[in-house]
Design a protein around this ligand. Sequence first.
Ligand SMILES: Nc1ncnc2c1ncn2[C@@H]1O[C@H](COP(=O)(O)OP(=O)(O)OP(=O)(O)O)[C@@H](O)[C@H]1O
Ligand SMILES: [Mg+2]
Length: 459
Amino acid sequence: MTEMVEGLVPKEIVKELDKYIIGQNNAKRMVAIALRNRWRRQRLSDDLRDEVLPKNIMRRGPTGVGKTEISRRLAKLAKAPFLKIEASKFTEVGYVGRDVESMIRDLVELSVNMVKAEHYEKVREKAAKQAEERIMDLLLPPPAMKPPPGIFTEGRGEAVTHEFPESYEHTREKLRQQLAEGKLNSRFVELEVKDKTLPIGVISNIGMEDLEINLREMFGGLLPGKKKKVRMKVPEALKTITQEEAQKLIDMDEVTRDAIAKVEQSGIIFLDEIDKIASRERGAGPDVSREGVQRDLLPIVEGSTVSTKYGVVKTDHILFIAAGAFHVSKPSDLIPELQGRFPIRVELESLVKEDFIRILTEPKNALIKQYIALLETEGVKLDFSDDAIEEIASITVSVNERAENIGARRLFTILEKLLDEISFNAPDSKEKEFKIDSNYVREKLAGIIKDEDLTRYIL
Ligand SMILES: Nc1ncnc2c1ncn2[C@@H]1O[C@H](COP(=O)(O)OP(=O)(O)OP(=O)(O)O)[C@@H](O)[C@H]1O
Ligand SMILES: [Mg+2]
């Protein structure tokens, strides 16, 4: 089902997101509509299709309520190149001036890998077969192409044959069977592999990507076929050779073309922490670079061409989803041009007690399920009663109110504290079953409930 997300209707997308994210229905609807719109756009006539630009989304809401989580889940759902990046990265010390276009290059890289993986699936079987043959050649080198002694009488040179003697074929078949049965897994073979390491220490660094690529190409050309011999076990060698064979079978030009088309037509960039670059004050200090980053973002969000090592990419139809808590700054602190490029605004709501109860228990990866599974590996059984869950949720709300409101992240710290003792003693605990009810919760968390100075518990 997940690979069909392009064809999922909004309701289905929301349903998929519901498996992991509680509430925040507006935010889910918005991304569902945005995804569906891309599907619709693909079905338009060429001239109209070019006109329909993505409606970028700006997501705002307090910390720990699911802004990033929704996108993380969407990334897994969307069968599109999806890059998640913190806008604040571009202002970090050492990153100042790092060109914002690099995110498009990263997205293309991602897309190339995606498409390559798809193509790899198509040739895998064939590559595996070829790899098997090559391993056999290594394990049992074919006899030299000359008549084995004793078979042909002297002077009858025309009898040279390329048929292998039957005994060889027989042995090879037996070997093939052993290989298939994994009986040769501890045998070693010697492989010639391409030496990919660069002759000098060229480090990929800020802004160095292109330089590095050029150097790689240069040295690749300078040192053709530099190979080294490596000894490895059969299974590892099989893997290596399969990849090598697959590489030969994959048409990289086609992969590149597909990958760029995918980025241009369905790429999504999630710009997290956008509030961290929101500031319009001019003057000395980091703010200058913040506004600089915003200005650099403009053409990319608006649509421009970016050159990458795979070719030129047009960014017009890439969907941008921005998110930020906007504690200190407001969306209106962004430069107006950038604000205008995120026409769809969604507010995420603060989580309430009922949400916490559901977050604890409902999602596929719910925390309670995680803890139960983790402790089960030690033979310890946890049994949470409903009133225990409710108590945990209440305490979470109360701590969020009294200390800083960190949303659902508070659940992590509360649960760790609650299960601290069981967790610590689990390996050698005599008790193998724990009933966790509201009394247990209150008892274990008594310190937190009473203590006015919560800072000790804010991890
Ligand atoms: N609505 C929700 N449903 C389920 N789990 C949630 C929800 N909101 C938050 N969580 C949990 O809390 C964690 C933190 O949420 P998330 O990373 O989405 O915060 P955020 O809204 O992006 O906050 P910030 O502004 O600090 O980046 C998630 O990994 C998830 O486990
Ligand atoms: Mg976040």
